[in-house]
Design a protein around this ligand. Structure first.
Ligand SMILES: C[S@@+](CC[C@H](N)C(=O)[O-])C[C@H]1O[C@@H](n2cnc3c(N)ncnc32)[C@H](O)[C@@H]1O
Length: 273
């Protein structure tokens, strides 16, 4: 896989904050628009979770017996997801997905494209692998609310502190520890130190972040022949959600030289699900 990095940020800090045991119900970590979409699926739908991380959403799909495959650039995350939820996982890049055009009934992209080097290209790839008439759930960082400010200002201090050998312990004491305590209290004691630490890194330290206005996403949808059927601001969350349907007359517009995946690979994955 040409674009796969040997070690990614999320290999070192996987988005791993929900313990795989039942101490924090996994469904409660999924936003309502995605849960509604999942609840509307039948078990024969093929769902591709692009940027699946350690499998939080794959777990919700797997529990309902829905056929699904996870893909992530982080090998560590794909390994955790496969080990926990026994669904096939692929290490690959959202910017060059190893799936043929029109493969998926449903594509899930939950908090992913804003971390890629080119969110629009990642979105176009998600559309390409979706069947005409297929559905996509997309959640991206809002361009409004408190998070853009937090990432930019306190986040800049934290990132520069972590690069400095002497300031590192100060970041742990004055930023990471209070962050953990807030999460610990809010989760009624369920959030672990490691879980809060992984969230902290995703929140403040992650190297690529784009804040995407609703209008921009709608423009991309129009270009790719997709229609927004539901928009949700998700009050209190950092992401806004879009549910899309790909136009049933939509023709694939490009024919990327796929590095390895073909219908055959997908068939093979299907039989493994
Ligand atoms: C914030 S996490 C979200 C994980 C998961 N979707 C969830 O909601 O639990 C972002 C994930 O996107 C993945 N990611 C970032 N850039 C990527 C890319 N270019 N291709 C594939 N995955 C990518 C990261 O490795 C990470 O696991």
């Amino acid at each position: 896989m040409g674009h796969t990095e040997p070690t990614t940020f999320y290999d070192q800090h996987p988005f791993d904050w929900v313990p795989p045991d039942a101490s924090e119900p996994i469904d409660s970590t999924v936003l309502r628009p995605l849960l509604d979409l999942i609840e509307s699926l039948d078990t024969n739908s093929l769902v591709l979770d692009i940027g699946c991380g350690p499998g939080r959403v794959l777990g919700v799909l797997a529990r309902r017996g829905i056929r699904c495959i996870g893909l992530d650039r982080s090998r560590v995350s794909v390994g955790l997801a496969a080990e926990r939820y026994h669904r096939p996982g692929v290490v690959g890049d959202n910017l060059r997905l190893p799936f043929a055009d029109g493969t998926a009934d449903v594509v899930i992209s939950d908090g992913v494209i804003h971390h890629t080097e080119n969110p629009q290209a990642a979105f176009a790839e998600n559309c390409r692998i979706l069947k005409p008439g297929g559905r996509m759930y997309l959640a991206v960082y809002k361009d409004f609310g408190r998070y853009p400010w937090l990432y930019k200002y306190p986040g800049a201090l934290i990132r520069s502190g972590l690069r400095d050998r002497w300031a590192g312990p100060l970041v742990a004491l004055f930023a990471q520890l209070p962050y953990f305590l807030v999460h610990f209290v809010r989760s009624r004691g369920r959030r672990t130190w490691t879980g809060a630490r992984n969230l902290f890194y995703d929140y403040f330290v992650t190297p690529h972040v784009a804040f995407l206005p609703r209008g921009v996403v709608e423009e991309w949808c129009a270009r790719e022949g997709a229609r927004v059927v539901l928009y949700e601001k998700n009050r209190g969350a950092n992401v806004h959600s879009f549910c899309l349907v790909k136009d049933s007359r939509s023709q694939p517009v490009r024919d990327p030289q796929l590095p390895f995946a073909t219908e055959a690979l997908v068939e093979q994955k299907r039989s493994a699900v």
